[in-house]
Design a protein around this ligand. Structure first.
Ligand code: NAD
Ligand code: UD1
Length: 338
């Protein structure tokens, strides 16, 4: 299939390009490089035998989208392009609604003009908010607690209304849990700018000597060791979920959300111990208070994705930490080192 991948130069997008081209899909990236570097596509191309077109542009740019649609004529779109920092979203709500909500609207209008009827959307487990029960299934109430989370839920609602207008239209809403890890080549991986917000890249930067110690946010949660628990998913498993979603979209109609996680959860302390096994050295930690807005634990029930997308996560925690360490130790400064 001919697949337009917005945000394809980003962390999850770059891994997905490799899985798509490995399955024979022809891809076209649209990225404005606000959180990526062109070096990513150089590396992806060196790892892939497939066809990877690319355009530099913004998903809010109507003229650019029309140009891409006319040149590439996609049969489906995977929409990764977006902003994802929860803290920043509180400070810059209009920017987040503009990129994540208006960007999705602009893209859908361009798809309509081009007659493209299938979209796979990067949503997040954060749309659920404080758990009423765990594991979350897709019927769990949605009550996001941040601007970022609300922008994702609004985009989901727009996609759902759009998909309902014609039996030919499909929107697959993938609610990711916590993506971690890197490609087996150690050539592509997560490369956050500035101080990492998320646990795994922070631990990796401590291991490689770029940060002194991991701050452990809270030890008084109602969890076995008192630290927060999350459902971490290997980015290659997540990338493969997009290939599965494309296959599903060919025979589906309407919008449908899917949880993409492993169904297992690990605490901050367990993650540190697993990373120490992978890198063979101790990770310095400092216990501090809770981070505002954090919840104690989250975990996916991904049985719908297992059954309907014919997809299952296959990488375990050791594969997640080992691949993160391989990427970080070979690229201590991320893509900037090349
Ligand atoms: P990322 O920042 O690495 O990738 C996003 C890509 O989109 C980047 O290459 C960036 O340059 C591009 N981009 C941003 N704004 C754009 C715009 N206006 N026009 C064109 N390109 C634009 O992030 P990621 O971790 O790969 O996440 C991809 C998607 O998945 C995002 O929508 C994110 O909200 C969602 N998501 C991520 C996580 C996570 O933990 N990484 C979890 C749940 C959902
Ligand atoms: C965060 C976002 C969430 C987003 C997800 C994936 C918040 C409040 N939530 O979730 O919306 O979908 O990232 O990108 O930011 N931790 C530490 N020290 C650190 C970093 C994290 O102890 O330096 C702990 C956290 O308290 C949490 C766990 O590690 O218990 C995971 O944190 P993180 O990787 O930031 O992911 P989430 O909190 O799940």
């Amino acid at each position: 299939m001919r697949v337009l991948v917005t945000g394809g130069a980003g962390y999850i997008g770059s891994h997905t390009l490799l899985e798509l081209t490995a399955q024979g899909h022809e891809v076209c990236v649209l990225d404005n490089y606000s959180n990526a570097t062109p070096e990513v596509l150089t590396r992806v191309r060196s790892l892939s035998n497939g066809i990877i077109h690319d355009f530099i542009g913004d998903v809010r740019d109507t003229a650019k989208l029309d140009e891409v649609m006319q040149d590439f004529v996609p049969e489906a779109v995977i929409h990764f392009a977006g902003l994802k920092a929860v803290g920043e979203s509180t400070e810059k709500p209009l920017l987040y609604y503009d990129v994540n909500v208006s960007g999705t609207l602009t893209l859908l209008r361009a798809m309509e003009r081009a007659g493209c009827n299938r979209i796979i959307f990067s949503s997040s487990a954060t749309v659920y908010g404080e758990p009423v029960y765990l594991p979350y299934d897709e019927a769990h109430p949605t009550n996001p607690t941040s601007v970022y989370g609300r922008s994702k839920l609004m985009a989901e609602q727009i996609l759902t209304d759009w998909a309902a207008t014609s039996p030919e239209r499909t929107a697959v809403l993938l609610r990711y849990f916590n993506p971690v890890g890197a490609h087996a080549s150690a050539q592509i991986g997560e490369d956050p700018t500035g101080v990492p917000d998320n646990l795994m890249p922070f631990i990796a930067q401590v291991a490689v000597g770029k940060r002194d110690a991991l701050q452990v946010f809270g030890n008084d949660y109602d969890t076995p060791d008192g630290t927060g628990r999350r459902d971490y998913i290997h980015v290659v498993d997540l990338a493969r979920a997009h290939v599965a979603a494309l296959n599903y979209a060919q025979g589906a109609t309407g919008a449908r959300p899917f949880n993409i996680g492993t169904g297992q959860s690990y605490s901050v302390r367990e993650m540190v111990a697993a990373f120490e096994r992978a890198c063979g050295k101790p990770i310095a930690t400092k216990q501090v208070g809770r981070r505002a807005g954090d919840i104690a634990a989250m975990q996916a029930d991904s049985s719908r994705a297992n059954a309907e997308l014919d997809w299952v996560a296959t990488h375990d925690l050791d594969a997640m930490t080992a691949s993160t360490w391989a990427w970080q130790s070979k690229n201590p400064d991320g893509y900037k080192g090349s």
